[in-house]
Write a new protein. Sequence first.
Length: 104
Amino acid sequence: MAREKFQTLTEQMFYTLICLKKECYGMDILDRVPAMTNQRVNIGSGTLYTLLEQFLDAQMIRETKVEGRRRSYILTDKGKEMLDKEYIRLKAQLNDYQQFFGGE
């Protein structure tokens, strides 16, 4: 059975959606993700623009401006719901870890 799309988010997906809490351009996301993760997570431009198209198709984000080739985006309610679900899933994983390995 095929896995449902966006059932879980990759780090690149998660941080891209976080960036879109406020309207921004793709180039902004490419700068913000490494900055917010202390350079731990990077997104290539090809990956980012593929994700943005997938998020648009899934109505998780919407396009707000088009200026030539520059496009800006913002998170939708559906995208925020997905982030909330992922947050709850990650917290559950952390709780499981703490239960088995202690509060490290």
